[in-house]
Design a protein around this ligand. Structure first.
Ligand code: GDP
Ligand code: MG
Length: 436
């Protein structure tokens, strides 16, 4: 992967006392190769590494950091810059705000429309989804199912074959129902073609959207960049949505789209769950590519699920060493709500690489939940009373061996100790270290 390749490029500098022409040249060459292999076009990769090289040779050598750490920092900054520097927000001031979704068939438009509606709803907006894909009846149903899951209304006219008319009617409906954001899911085709472009362009002309989001499958690599160019030439879109970043993507699309079309990536979508939409932060993506994890995204997702009051209560319990199995079970449920377990763990620095090939399914917690489930309420609230005979009973109830319960109890106790310690140190420190 790109991360691994960059990591080994940095290793070329390990043990070097200082940055010199020679060692920078070979590192930079490796970085360039890694980028090209990740589907970054050669010209962009070359410009990128030339900048890295200039910066590296211009840096003063500070004894506190090693040349490889310095290089990681320079590459991270440059990667973030290449992807747009700072996060680009949606323009949501207009009432209603109209958001037009465009892209090829299968890129993830309909799924993204649902995710975006969910995202905006959680920010207090009142969205209306519009099914303007008139070619496949199944497309309307798909959007309706998504809308149902997130309790967002879906406007459709199954008999009408005029997408422009449908969207105009939808605007009227939105006005009546006080919807302040209108998300128009359009039809796509397998390849860029004139009829599709004309249709989206007509909708655009008719409804004058504030945002036109181009949705693209990040797994399509360099093709994604070419498609983006074709759509932008015709639609002059306002932002890009990269989907399927959870898949086996080589990263090239994320790195070069901004450079090529000069439009920001606004969202990245990972997975099919409706609450796994993330605002795109170039800096975090750069950290992620470098295998530095993405603690900030993780923290944010956790915060979105977390209720302040609950958090305070929990903190107090931890401080008084009263964290019990009821709290633990609640935590597990929170984690599961945050999305796919493997994605989540991949965001922790250093963990992503380690678990790459391990199968972590969402039911990894099942055994633990079974054990907690077979405790009595009294035991859950007072872990200290769980003695040998109780453990035997718990194991039996959960269909586990007594050793499993013993091990789990031990881990739980260690966790409690650690929590207490972190609490004393005033947790919240990010603990992010650059690679050495
Ligand atoms: P559309 O034709 O552009 O509307 O694409 P859809 O939204 O129907 O998505 C096409 C397929 O890709 C569906 O099977 C989706 O479940 C899947 N999909 C969409 N977004 C993602 C994503 O971020 N990750 C993954 N793994 N699959 C996705
Ligand atoms: Mg669709």
């Amino acid at each position: 992967s790109l991360s691994e390749r960059l990591d080994s490029a940095f290793k070329l500098l390990k043990g070097e006392g200082r940055i010199s022409e020679i060692n920078v040249a070979s590192t930079v060459k490796e970085i360039r190769r890694a980028l090209v292999d990740a589907d970054v076009n050669y010209k962009i990769a070359k410009e990128f590494t030339d900048r890295v090289k200039d910066k590296a040779l211009g840096e003063k050598v500070i004894t506190a950091i090693s040349p490889s750490q310095l290089m990681v920092k320079i590459v991270k900054d440059e990667l973030a810059d290449l992807m747009g520097g700072t996060a680009a927000e949606l323009e949501l001031k207009a009432n209603p705000t109209i958001i037009l979704i465009a892209g090829l068939q299968g890129s993830g438009k309909t799924t993204f429309s649902g995710k975006l509606a969910n995202f905006l709803k959680s920010k207090g907006k009142k969205p209306l989804l519009v099914a303007a894909d008139i070619y496949r009846p199944a497309a309307i149903d798909q959007l309706k199912v998504l809308g149902g899951q997130i309790e967002v209304p879906v406007y459709s006219e199954p008999e009408n074959k005029n997408a422009v008319q449908i969207t105009e009617n939808a605007l009227r409906e939105a006005k009546q129902n006080n919807n302040n954001v209108i998300i128009i899911d359009t039809a796509g085709r397998l390849a860029v073609d004139e009829a599709m472009m004309a249709e989206v362009a007509n909708i655009r002309k008719a409804v004058q959207p504030q945002e036109i989001l181009f949705v693209v499958d990040s797994m399509t690599g360099q093709d994604a960049v070419n498609t983006a160019k074709a759509f932008n030439d015709r639609l002059d879109f306002t932002g890009v949505v990269l989907t399927k970043l959870d898949g086996d993507t080589r990263g090239g699309a994320a790195l070069t789209i901004k450079y090529t079309v000069e439009k920001p990536i606004k969202f990245v979508s990972m997975g099919e769950k409706l609450d796994t939409l993330d605002v795109f932060y170039p800096e975090r993506m750069a950290q992620r590519i470098l295998g530095m994890g993405d603690i900030t995204t993780l923290v944010e997702r956790a915060q979105a699920q977390f209720n302040e009051e609950q958090a305070k209560k929990l903190e107090k319990k931890i401080r008084q060493n009263q964290f019990d199995f009821d709290d633990f079970r609640e935590q597990l449920q929170q984690i599961k709500k945050m999305g796919n377990l493997k994605d989540l763990m991949g965001m922790i620095p250093g963990v992503g690489k380690a678990i790459k090939d391990i199968d972590i399914s969402d039911d990894a917690f099942k055994g633990i939940e079974a054990m907690i489930g077979s405790m009595t309420p009294q035991e859950r609230g007072n872990p200290d009373i769980i003695d040998g005979s109780r453990r035997k009973r718990i194991a039996k109830g959960a269909g586990k061996e007594i050793q499993d319960v013993n091990q789990f109890m031990k881990q739980f106790e260690q966790m409690r100790q650690m929590m207490k310690m972190m609490n004393k140190m005033g947790a919240g420190g990010k603990g992010l270290k650059a690679l050495g």
